[in-house]
Design a protein around this ligand. Sequence first.
Ligand code: FA5
Length: 381
Amino acid sequence: MPDLVAEIKTLEGQATQRIAASTSVEALQMVAHEFVGKKGALTAVMKQLGSLTPEERSLVGKAANDFKTQLETLLADKEAQLQDARYESLKESEFIDLSVNPKPHAALGVKVPFGGHIHPIAAMQKKLEDIFTSMGFSIVDGVQVEDDYHNFGALNFTEDHPARDMQDTFYVQAHGGAGVPADTMSSVPGPEAHGGAGVPAGTRQPYLLRTHTSTVQIRALEKMQPPLRIIAPGRVFRYEEVDASHEHTFYQMEGMLIDRKVSVGNLLHLMQTLLTEVFGREVEVRLRPGYFPFVEPGFELDMKCLVCAGKGCSVCKHSGWVEVLPCGLVHPNVLQSAGLNPDEWQGAAFGLGLNRLVMMRHGIEDIRHFMAGKLDFLRQF
Ligand code: FA5
C-alpha cells in the first residue's frame, strides 16, 4: 500500500519552499494551482484513496485537510507580504511632490502659467502660530457651529445683550428652513452639563454660527487646567452689512493666558510683541477702553491705518485708525463659571481680526478681495 500520508508531507515541504521563493502574486497562484488545483499534485494523491482501508482513508483525509489549511495560511501571509513590499516600492517610484510648483513642459506642449501658493490669511495665521508657540502657547481648535452657551452665555453676555440680536448672528435651525417653530430648535445641555451658571436648566437653545473665536476660551477652560496659554485661530460669521472693512465671514485668532498674577502690563507686553513680530518694526497703536462682557478691564487696540498712512480712507472710515486687536483681562464671572477661583487665577485674552491685520500688513484697500476668488489679487502674494 502506498504511504499516502508521507506523500502528502512531501508535497507540503515542496509547496512551502515554492511559496517562500515566490516573488509575485502570480507565482503564488501558480503554486496553488499546481498543488491543490483540479489537476494538482494533491488531487493525484487522493485518486489512490480507493485502495485503502476506512481507517487509512481517514488518516490520509486528515493529512490532506491539514495540508490545504496550511497552504492557505502560507499563501495568504506571503501575498500580504508581497503587497506590502509592492506598496513600499510604489511609494518610492511614484512619489510626487505636490508642493513643488509645476514647470512648463515644452516637450509635452504643456504650459503652466503659475503655481499654487498659500493664501495670505493662511500665511499670516501660520506666522502668528509660530510666534505664539515659541512663547509656550498651544494651538487649540473649536467648532464653527456653536451653541448659545459657548458663544454668549458662558462669556457673561446678558440675555438682552445686542450681540445676541438676529442682526449680528446667523442662527442654525435644527431641521433647516425658515419658520421652524422655536420649540423644534436644537436643544443644548443646560448648566448641569457645562458646569456653568446663567443658563436655566433645560432651556432650549438654538445653534448658531460662532460670531467670534472667544467660544474657544470656554471650550479650553472646560478641558484644560491652569496655568494655560492657548491660541485659537479660525473662521467666524456675522450677519453684517459688507463694506471695505466688514465681511460676513472672516478670520480671528483668540489668545488666552491663565496664570497666577496676570496683569494689564503682561497683556500689553504680549500685544506689543505680537505686532512688532508681525510687522518687523514698531507700529503706531492706540489703546482705548473697550466693552466686552467677558473681560474687565477691556481695551480696543487700534493700529494707525497702513493703507492710507493715517490720512483717512474707506478702510479706516476716514479716521486714520483701524480696530484690529481687542483685548482685556478675563472677567471673574468667566473664571468662576469655569470653576476657577478669581482670587487665585487671573487671565488675559485677545481676539485678533486676522483679515484686517493682513490688510494692514499688505496695504489691501478692501476686505472683499479675500473671498472674491480673483486670481489677479491672489497672485500678488
Ligand atoms: C470680538 O469678537 C471679541 N471676541 C474680541 C475679544 C477677545 C475681546 C478677547 C476681548 C478679549 P470684535 O467684535 O471687536 O471683538 O471683533 C474682533 C476683531 O475682529 C475686530 O477688531 C476686527 O479686527 C475683526 N472684525 C470684527 N468684525 C469684523 C467684520 N465684520 N469683518 C472683518 N473683521 C471683523
